[in-house]
Design a protein around this ligand. Structure first.
Ligand code: AMP
Ligand code: ZN
Length: 118
């Protein structure tokens, strides 16, 4: 799983070169609190494998992508949002606001979330 991109911020977090408030770790993924939280719970769930955008997800990555949602479910439950509700979203490329090009699920919870998003 070591296809780390030396320029990638999240690969650096995975390597331990940049600190993060890690809340979850598995064989395939880690999760940490967003540095600029948009809700009381704002956690980023990332695969250990470097994949730049949703467009780069391969047919062999389906189990890996599923594991990100399993992580989201566990973290949401741990933070107490399972019943009230929470949002899981992944941005793709500039128009959607993607700024870090290593795919990540945003897990947002702990407040009412508007729909549609801005
Ligand atoms: P996106 O705009 O979907 O690519 O999301 C990138 C997210 O990464 C933003 O919500 C940022 O606040 C967050 N972020 C950027 N740098 C860090 C960092 N060093 N630690 C934790 N979160 C970060
Ligand atoms: Zn990366």
């Amino acid at each position: 799983m070591s296809n780390a991109n030396p320029q990638c911020l999240f690969c650096k977090i995975l390597a331990g070169d940049i600190p993060a408030d890690i809340v979850y770790e598995s064989d395939s993924a880690i999760a940490f609190r967003d540095i600029n939280p948009q809700a009381p719970t704002h956690v980023l769930i990332i695969p250990r494998k470097h994949i730049a955008t949703i467009n780069d997800i391969g047919v062999d990555d389906q189990e890996l992508i599923g594991s990100l949602y399993s992580a989201a479910r566990e973290i949401a439950a741990t933070d107490g949002h399972a019943d009230n509700g929470y949002r899981v979203v992944m941005n793709c490329n500039a128009a959607a606001g993607q700024t870090v090009f290593h795919i990540h699920l945003h897990l947002l919870g702990g407040r009412a979330l508007d729909w549609p998003p801005g």
